[in-house]
Design a protein around this ligand. Structure first.
Ligand SMILES: *Cc1c(COP(=O)(O)O)cnc(C)c1O
Length: 399
């Protein structure tokens, strides 16, 4: 079995690729992708082992380097994304860190949008500076701020769009052009959009990273991550970094994820429908002063989102009343929607960003990000929206 399965016929359309792309059958001709739960592989002779370690790249050696089930998942995601290369990691944060640490060195500069997942902020504010990499955060919506920050020289630009949790949209083609003018790589954390709704590489990005924990698994079962991008970046930097630092994805999780990709479109399209229904309900509710959803005409960047995304995503944020106590009362009164900090799940989930995902962000910075004390994030699942609206409605009455 070669490390990279042969690509499917070029005539296959995206839904066929999502169901069958990357499939490699063993000698047993199983229907489903096989789970190769093995750490290593055997050699018929010592000479074969010697040749394998000489690195012809044509056979499996050790699952920290590559594994058949993991390779099937990587190949399917690569085809869906339209990237030259894909490597899976054990979590989304491992993918984010590897995408930066594999090529940055002391003295380099990174510029990033300020509205980021909390752990991404920790890498940028704490870990990279300790290694001698300077970092600067800007308002990602402000092209003048990007221009000013990038003019000082930059090696990597890191953005998340839509952002967690306030759903800010970055103009990806514009930021890509500014980054490239300075010789920098643009890395996009595409988790909130999912591989279905936004194609950062086609919009000018160089590298895409995912937490596959979210929409790709989408059923709350496994952690995982992925990095996608051009062959040169992988050959020069990422492949050796992953091989020798070891954030390898478990074959079992890869097996869940390759099956997750088969139903991702059905789930994410449905989640977008549910999210829009919840956003419309919340927007009309008298106890809800603010609703954030890129699919609402009231979202300040609705037109930009419509331009670069093919759907508006599964996350809606709203303010319940004005205080933390108001938000907690509503969340504690929910009977159907669970309180959980995950997102992209088939079950609708809700979280209070100020006290969970962004608890460690200093309060002034949190306020600047628009994460108020009464802000609640809802990740829309695939349940019946009428039941979800009834649940939110009865919970808001408790406030
Ligand atoms: C969840 C998430 C991550 C981290 O992924 P894990 O799989 O939890 O490590 C990174 N970025 C964004 C935007 C996320 O939502």
């Amino acid at each position: 079995m070669p490390l990279t399965p042969p690509p499917p016929p070029a005539s296959w359309r995206p839904r066929t690729v999502a169901t069958r792309g990357g499939l490699q059958r063993s000698q047993f001709l199983e229907t489903d992708e096989a789970l190769f739960m093995t750490s290593g592989f055997v050699y018929r002779t010592a000479e074969e082992a010697e040749a394998a370690f000489a690195g012809d790249g044509l056979r499996f050696v050790y699952s920290r380097y590559a594994n058949p089930t993991v390779s099937m998942f990587e190949e399917r995601l690569r085809l869906i994304e339209g990237a030259a290369m894909c490597r899976a990691t054990a979590s989304g944060m491992a993918a984010v860190f590897a995408s930066l640490a594999c090529f940055l060195k002391a003295g380099d500069r990174v510029v990033a949008s300020r509205a980021l997942f909390g752990s991404c902020l920790h890498i940028l504010n704490q870990i990279l500076p300790r290694l001698g990499v300077a970092t600067e955060l800007v308002d990602g919506r402000d092209l003048a701020a990007w221009k000013k920050a990038l003019a000082k020289g930059v090696r990597a630009v890191f953005v998340e769009s839509p952002s967690n949790p306030t759903l800010e949209i970055i103009d990806l083609p514009a930021v890509a052009a500014l980054a490239h003018a300075q010789g920098a790589l643009l890395i996009v954390d595409n988790v909130f959009a999912s591989p279905l709704l936004q194609k950062p590489l086609a919009l000018g990005a160089d590298i895409v990273v995912y937490s596959t924990t979210k929409h790709i698994d989408g059923q709350g079962r496994s952690l995982g991550g992925a990095v996608l991008g051009p062959k040169k970046f992988f050959d020069d930097h990422l492949l050796m970094f992953l091989r020798h630092t070891g954030p390898a994805l478990s074959p079992f999780n890869a097996w869940l994820l390759v099956k997750g990709l088969e139903t991702m479109e059905l789930r994410v399209r449905r989640q977008c429908e549910v999210a829009l229904a919840l956003a419309r309900f919340l927007e009309k509710h008298p106890k809800v002063p603010r609703v954030l959803y890129p699919g609402l005409a009231s979202h300040p960047q609705h037109a930009l989102a419509a331009r670069q995304m093919s759907g508006f995503g599964s996350v809606v944020c709203f303010e319940a009343g004005t205080t933390k106590a108001d938000a907690f009362r509503v969340m504690n009164a929910l009977r159907l929607i669970d309180i959980s900090n995950n997102l992209g799940d088939t079950k609708s989930l809700t979280t209070h960003p100020a006290t969970t995902t962004h608890q460690r962000v200093p309060p002034a910075e949190r306020a600047a990000l628009g994460i108020s004390e009464s802000l609640i994030r809802v990740s829309a699942g695939i349940e019946d929206e009428a039941d979800l609206i009834e649940d939110l409605s009865q919970a808001l009455k408790q406030m």
